[in-house]
Design a protein around this ligand. Structure first.
Ligand code: UTP
Length: 226
């Protein structure tokens, strides 16, 4: 059975408005896709993680402590998706790659958060993809692909439909590595994928049918890296 890893941005899973219908629809789609594909979902921390990291930093906590708070939030977000998946997924988010592999013995869908300080869930997704021999990583985020510049700041920014791993590395490697940065995909994840050659699909996770196409390896709107 094919395996894919979904890096699900915290900004998708946790929003300002009531989001339970989205989470329910996402879970329904994942259950359908899991009929033919094993899915590992790694949930990000989003604004809740950023809140704790910002407040903790203001209180003088060291970066590694802030990372641990971020990891806690990613695991809490994992539980939100698990709540919607019910019997279709694991019950408790695995804390490392080995436990994720074990959880997959009993579940077609495994949901987890972060693993260790100093990285982000994009990197976790990429390392996990290597562990489980995934066909691809899908990054579901709140922009619809990789752009030539930040589309929120530069109206002339253009979406890049297809690029190589080296191109992606060039774009993301300038990102700082303090706790809580925001970037379409993080540099460590990009470099892990580059060395293994595992393709990456970047999609707007709010568009569930399009996300499904990406998970199934079909043509989708977004950016294909590989
Ligand atoms: P995210 O993976 O959500 O990181 O983890 P991010 O890129 O900052 O957030 P988005 O994608 O823009 O919303 C949140 C924070 O949790 C810590 C890091 O501090 C990260 O910034 N974290 C997460 C870890 O230290 N290790 C992990 O394995 C995962």
């Amino acid at each position: 059975m094919d395996t894919v890893v979904l890096s699900l941005g915290g900004s998708i899973l946790v929003r300002d408005e009531d989001n339970s219908q989205y989470v329910q629809d996402l879970a329904g789609m994942l259950v359908e896709v899991s009929g033919t594909t094993r899915i590992f979902v790694v949930t990000g921390g989003g604004r809740i993680a950023r809140y704790y990291i910002r407040e903790g930093r203001a209180l003088g906590a060291p970066e590694s402590f802030l990372d641990e708070m971020g990891i806690d939030v990613t695991r809490l977000n994992a539980r939100l998706l698990i709540a919607a998946l019910g019997e279709h997924s694991n019950h408790t988010p695995p804390k490392d790659y080995k436990d994720a592999v074990l959880a997959a013995k009993h579940n077609r869908i495994v949901v987890m958060g972060g693993v260790s300080p100093g990285i982000t869930t994009d990197a976790v997704s990429s390392i996990l993809a290597e562990h489980v021999g995934a066909l691809r990583v899908v990054n579901a985020t709140s922009v619809d692909g990789v752009y030539t510049a930040d589309p929120a700041k530069d109206p002339s920014a253009k979406r890049i439909p297809k690029m190589s791993h080296a191109d992606l590395l060039g774009i993301v490697s300038a990102t700082p590595s303090k706790a809580g940065p925001t970037m379409v995909f993080d540099a460590t994840g990009a470099s892990v994928l580059s060395r293994t050659g595992i393709p990456l699909s970047v999609v707007d996770g709010r568009d569930i049918p399009n996300l499904r196409l990406a998970l199934e390896g079909k043509a989708f709107e977004g950016t294909s890296v590989g």
